[in-house]
Design a protein. Structure first.
Length: 256
């Protein structure tokens, strides 16, 4: 008689899942923090918008910044990018305090609004934004950058004539012209249909595989669960929770 094999029991599957989660957390903890917020506070008049925000983003990881409207996400990004000055607290880069100008040069930013010029071609926009960042981008590198976001076939197309997905990819390319280590994306898939959202996340993850560190603001929890390593949840200007894994992020977000 042929031997029979039992399927793993429920407890063993649970143990394997917990072990995988633990190893994932351990791997993250071993990395060095690229960006660290320490007790960052921001007030507008009598209203406290950021209340002693503290968390870090490790080198090479993708962290989601979550929270309902008005929780302080946009203000925190503006402080990070030097558009607002924090009233107190510090932001360090690789363990060192640096000024806003230096930090901005090390950061690539993609917003939910188009930053390129409609009347310039893809090729012209890339070179223009490179010059703004004081980067000399030769033709080979400009074409390689366009190819990395699948726009090498559209170099001569005006920005205003691009499709919605292509516009998002051009914006992303412009955040990469100075080869920053940190990429900050603020609702980058807003307005895209599901297929284009998946395509854009493929580009984001490709940059992570190249060693980029990512801080992503989004309200799409399915994307967070599938693509992000950790999640920071803000509520009423405070860090409500830091999720060491994005597994079951829907339930975690509902509780916080």
């Amino acid at each position: 008689m042929a031997p029979t094999y039992r399927t793993p029991s429920a407890w063993f599957k649970t143990f394997v899942d917990l072990l995988r989660t633990f190893l994932c957390i351990l791997h993250v903890e071993e990395r060095m923090a690229l960006i660290e917020f320490k007790d960052v506070a921001k007030r507008f008049g009598a209203k406290t918008v950021l209340d002693r925000i503290s968390f870090d983003v490790k080198e090479g990881e993708c962290v989601a910044l979550l929270g309902r409207s008005g929780c302080g996400k946009s203000t925190l990004l503006k402080v990070l990018l030097g558009l607002y000055k924090a009233d107190s607290g510090t932001i360090t880069y690789s363990g060192k305090r640096i000024d806003n100008v230096a930090l901005r040069a090390l950061t690539g930013y993609t917003s939910q609004e188009n930053s390129f010029y409609d009347t310039l071609t893809v090729h012209e926009n890339i070179h223009y934004f490179a010059s703004r960042n004081r980067v000399h981008l030769g033709e080979a590198k400009a074409k390689a950058l366009a190819a990395s976001v699948r726009l090498d076939h559209a170099l001569g197309v005006l920005g205003g004539r691009l499709s919605g997905g292509m516009k998002r990819r051009l914006d992303f390319a412009l955040s990469l012209v100075h080869d920053p280590a940190l990429l900050v994306l603020d609702e980058p898939t807003t307005g895209l249909d599901p297929m284009l959202v998946d395509e854009f996340w493929t580009l984001i993850k490709a940059m992570q595989k190249k060693g980029k560190t990512l801080l992503v603001v989004t309200h799409h929890l399915d994307d967070v669960q599938e693509h992000c390593d950790r999640a920071v949840i803000l509520k009423e200007g405070k860090v409500s929770h830091v999720a060491a894994t994005t597994k079951n992020i829907h339930a975690v977000f509902a509780r916080h």
